[in-house]
Design a protein around this ligand. Structure first.
Ligand code: EPU
Length: 355
């Protein structure tokens, strides 16, 4: 006689590893050990970690693709590695496709998948390393499009209460490479929640975003002034491959510093001294300066400090030349900050999260 079923599906044990190396889980390839690594493949598993007698109270670091992270030390407590899968069309209306992804989906594959389904809109964001769940954290952006321009809402689990919440764009407080998930002060959510699902809004009819200089150049070179979404995708991939290092080959975390925003007065002053400076005027009159240009102008391109270096083709990208430690990367970053401050009076702010 068979045992009567309780109706509840069997729960698999949590996937836990003690003293786990994080070297393969950060795109810089930096050495660090997590006291406890827990891989979470569903929202329910996140909640089980929160309810766990030991892991529930431990400090937590949420790890996505590790593409925006500088590890300078071993990580105590629990590292939550988000591996939540899923991709689906949630709604199709006259003015948008709404698509939903599990936070553990690879960002670039998600972009390619939407295009293959005939839902364009993410092509300018092709080839950005990392996972979908990390995209809202730093409001990823490239070639004239930022995540917030295509954002609908996200689901997250509160790491203290275990409750699920849904956040719209206003609640995410997006800024340039910034969101509520990067702040730990009042109302900030850094380290306090795990993003589990992200919904994106792809507007209809599709309109290409081609205002970025590198894309304008492609249009002139190819004579194609009305590219379709797949062509824009291919152009963005080619542009990125030409100037950004592939993390699979050379450890890096993309742009290491944000492009600094200065007042119109500061900008005039700097241009007066350095007329060549690359800058963009913002809608509010302030000025965004190209940090890569500033670093390049200080002579850093291709230089190294220890085993950390400045990428040869794009001075905004710091790289691991092989076997670098997080401390070496931070030492190099500080030296760059000092020389840019010394020459231009501008403080560069790191873009990745430094742990
Ligand atoms: N420049 C130099 N020397 C350098 C690097 C850049 O003179 O070594 C000049 C370039 O010639 C160009 C300007 O600086 O005129 C800007 O460079 P680029 O177009 O390569 O863009 P970026 O400002 O360096 C930003 C984002 C990238 C994004 C690109 C394209 C930030 C911090 N970075 O880079 O994002 O892909 O624009 O939109 O906003 C990332 O965040 O990790 C990232 C790669």
């Amino acid at each position: 006689m068979s045992t009567p079923s309780t109706g509840a599906p069997p729960t698999r044990p949590l996937n836990v590893q003690a003293r786990a190396s994080l070297r393969d889980y950060n795109t810089f390839g930096l050495p660090a050990v997590a006291a406890t690594l827990v891989r979470v493949a569903s929202e329910a598993e996140v909640k089980r970690v929160v309810d766990h007698p030991e892991y529930g109270r431990a400090p937590k670091l949420v790890l996505g693709g590790g593409s925006n992270l500088v590890l300078t030390r071993d990580v105590p407590g629990v590292v939550l590695k988000v591996e939540i899968p899923g991709r689906r069309l949630v709604a199709e209306t006259a003015d948008a496709w709404i698509v939903e992804f599990g936070a553990g989906e690879n960002w670039h594959e998600a972009v390619a998948w939407t295009l293959a389904q005939g839902w364009p809109g993410l092509e300018n964001l092709a080839l950005i390393p990392g996972l979908v769940g990390a995209a809202p954290v730093q409001n990823i952006g490239a070639y004239g499009v930022e995540l917030e321009d295509r954002f609908e809402s996200l689901d997250a689990v509160d790491l203290v209460t275990g409750r699920s919440v849904t956040l719209d764009a206003a609640a995410c407080r997006f800024g340039y490479r910034d969101s509520v998930f990067k702040h730990d002060g009042f109302g900030g959510l850094a380290g306090k929640s795990v993003i589990t699902r992200v919904r994106l809004r792809l507007p209809r009819p599709w309109q290409p975003v081609l205002g970025y200089l590198d894309l304008e150049r492609r249009m002139v070179e190819t004579g194609n002034h009305a590219p379709d979404a797949k062509t824009v995708f291919d152009w963005v991939c080619a542009i990125r491959r030409a100037k950004l290092p592939d993390p699979a080959a050379i450890g890096n975390a993309g742009s290491f510093f944000k492009n600094p925003v200065v007042t119109p007065e500061q900008c005039r002053d700097i241009i007066g001294r350095d007329p060549e400076i690359v800058h963009y005027t913002m809608p509010d009159g302030s000025c965004k300066l190209a940090a890569g240009w500033l670093i390049d102008a200080c002579g850093w391109k291709g230089k190294s400090v220890g085993r950390a270096g400045v990428y040869e083709k794009q001075a905004l990208v710091l790289v691991n030349r092989g076997g670098a430690s997080g401390a070496e990367v931070v030492t190099l970053a500080r030296a760059i900050q000092e020389s840019v401050y010394g020459r231009f009076g501008i403080r560069l702010e790191p873009e990745p999260v430094i742990v």
